[in-house]
Structure formats: C-alpha cells, structure tokens
Design a protein around this ligand. Sequence first.
Ligand code: ADP
Ligand code: MG
Length: 269
Amino acid sequence: MSAIDTLPAAAVASDASAGQVRADGRSPLIIADKVNKHFGHFHVIKEVSTNFYQGEVTVIVGASGSGKSTFLRMLNRLETHDSGRIVIDGIELNADLKHIDAVRREVGMVFQSFNLFPHLTVLDNVTLAPRRLRNVTRAQAEEAARILLAKVGLAEHAHKYPHQISGGQAQRVAIARALAMQPKVMLFDEPTSALDPEMIKEVLDVMKDLARSGMTMIVVTHEMGFARDVADRVIFFEKGQILEEAPPAEFFSNCRNERIRAFLGQIAN
Ligand code: ADP
Ligand code: MG
C-alpha cells in the first residue's frame, strides 16, 4: 500500500498537472515546481523546476555551495522551501505533519557521514525504523534485514557494532537501513565522499545493483564514472539553479557550456 492510500482524500494533491506523463508512460514520482529557498537573505535555491520519474536514476553535480544538499534535503523536508511546490508520489510537502510523515516513509536518504547508531548492532540499526514505524514484529524485521544485509554483502556482519566495521561497510549498512523502510525513492548525498578510495567501489556497486533493480534514485556525487554508467540524466547545479540537464552521453560529450566544461575538467576521472 502506498502512503497516499493512508491519507484522507483532501490531503492528497489534487492534480498531477504540474508533472507530465511522458511518452513512455512513466509518470513523475517527484515534482519540483518553481521551488525557492532562502537562508536569511541568501537565495540558495532559485525557481528550480524539474521532475523525477519512476525508475529513473538522476545524478546531480555542481560546485560546492551550489545548493545540491539543500535541494536534496528539501525533498524529504529536512529543509523547508519558501515557495513553489514539491509533490512526492502525489503528496504535497507543506507544513502538514501527516504529509511529512507520509513522505518520509517513501523517501530513503543516505548521507556522506553514515549516521549509524553507535550503540546498536548492524542488525538493530537496520530493524529500528521498521519496528517503530512500519508496525512489524522483531522477527519479521530481522528476517527482512538479513535479506537486505545479504544484498549489500554484509550477511556475516549483522552482529557487529559500527566501530567494528569499515567505512565502506558502514555506508552499505546505511543503504540497507534506508531500504528497510521500503522507500519508493532513494536520495544519496555524496555517499562515497568520506570513504577511502579502496572502499568507494564496493558502495558504488551496491548502488548500481539498486539502480538495476528499478529503484528511483537521486544521487549527488562527484563520481563521474557512476554518472556515465548508471544515470539516466545528469543535472548540473550552479548558484541554486539548474544550469543544464541531459542524459550522460550528451552531458559529457558535447557540453557547450563553458562553466560545466571547466567543472568537469577539475574533477575529471
Ligand atoms: P552543496 O551541497 O552544493 O555544497 P549546500 O546546499 O550545502 O551546497 O549549500 C548551499 C549554500 O547554502 C552554501 O553557501 C551554504 O553555506 C549555505 N547553507 C547551507 N545550509 C545552510 C544553513 N543551514 N544556514 C545558512 N546557510 C546554509
Ligand atoms: Mg553538499
């Protein structure tokens, strides 16, 4: 059952008109329509409009400070927006706490710093949210968690504490933990930036598998190899605006924008 089914009809955004059904029949899972945000006098997100379609993998790139994290955090209301609309799976994000709860159940997030609970085992980190919020028994939650831990290659580590595993393993636990809530979309904010180089691949491989399984993903990253191989679309943020969005082949090969070429030149990999 989708979270939308649990909301009264009046709570559900009445139109999908801001987002369009595409020719391939896919409808937008996330609609951002003329979204603005300020921090004090600083206009951090400026009239950003874009749709994220079901099953689509979007990579967001851009210089530090361009608003990537702020934009991502607005999609599960870790930040509020000042104006414009954000609609997730038909639920409009606004001050209504019921909407925020419903959206948070649908949107998983993985941060640069893994934010695991240090006093809980790997298994308990993964089962905590479903047990509290999804109304499942410990046995059901643990069974589901063990399947997820096996998927991210950590079946043998369920009993360990976060300080007993590597950064790459911790990030894979964080991914399993987000997936345990059975989200419809996964947000990643520089998931490999805090990792030693030899651990980056194991995390990207898990993310690639997830993309192949059809998960809708929005990923802020500097890993251009991942963007080329996995993304359906690359968005370039500059000073709180979308300067360019294109499929990776187009984005990387014939980008005419001087700013973007300079940026890619700096992080070339
Ligand atoms: P990015 O993720 O692209 O590096 P951010 O979204 O983190 O960019 O930040 C965009 C801008 O907003 C930066 O100038 C940053 O300093 C500022 N900023 C971010 N969070 C806050 C906040 N909570 N209060 C004030 N300014 C902020
Ligand atoms: Mg950031």
